[in-house]
Design a protein around this ligand. Structure first.
Ligand code: 5GP
Length: 200
């Protein structure tokens, strides 16, 4: 069985990678979401095991010491880590895995798994990014400020990625993401079909 694809979706908080990822998971039955571990507190709508595995610092330290993370990073003052076993099991079973990770995490995954497809999602402007963070209403003003400051450093790293998409109109950005996946599926590293002698 052919291995699945690792897709690392990255970009500043508020760029829309969560929305794009959710659309992808809705439409592409071969995709599975990599549920990360984090020390961040859950938002109102988030549940343990679906959005994240929420844990305290000691739990995160234990997971780290046990070598459970494929990559881990401190982002906006909180710790996040990708669970290696979960990702690798899905990929080995032929599923594609969507990773929602920050640029540090994306870089680590690219180094560990060079066939990983990396996509950076950009907002159309800094002004629009600020507007989105405020209107989505998931973080307090201080946290929004911190995320906006960090966005500049994250955007400075976009050239590390295989692909860059500006998310101005969500449908257009999504069409581009689907096109990338379609093309990546045809790459000879993933696709090596046998053809029959005769036409059926
Ligand atoms: P949020 O707190 O808004 O859910 O996520 C904050 C940032 O952490 C986002 O940029 C998100 O992509 C990143 N992130 C989420 N999970 C992981 C992970 O497992 N590893 C890394 N490196 N970053 C993550």
């Amino acid at each position: 069985m052919a291995e699945g694809m690792l897709l690392a979706l990255s970009g500043p908080s508020g760029a829309g990678k969560g929305t794009l990822g959710a659309m992808l998971l809705r439409d592409e039955p071969t995709f599975r979401f990599s549920v990360s571990a984090t020390t961040r507190r859950p938002r109102e709508y988030e549940s343990h095991g679906k959005h994240y595995y929420f844990m305290d610092d000691a739990g995160f330290d234990r997971a780290l010491a046990q070598g459970l993370f494929l990559e881990h990073a401190t982002v906006h003052g909180q710790r996040y880590g990708t669970l290696r076993e979960h990702v690798m099991e899905q990929v080995t079973n032929g599923f594609d895995v969507l990773l929602d990770v920050d640029p540090q995490g994306a870089r680590s995954v690219m180094a560990a798994e060079p066939s990983c497809v990396s996509v950076f999602i950009l907002p159309p402007s800094y002004e629009e990014l600020a507007k989105r963070l405020r209107t989505r209403n998931t973080d307090c003003p201080r946290e929004i400020q911190r995320r906006l400051l960090n966005a500049r450093g994250e955007i400075a790293q976009m050239r590390l990625y295989n692909y860059i998409i500006i998310n101005d109109v969500i449908e257009t950005a999504y069409a581009k993401l689907r096109a990338i996946i379609t093309a990546e599926r045809q790459r000879s590293i993933r696709y090596c079909p046998d053809i029959p002698e005769k036409q059926a």
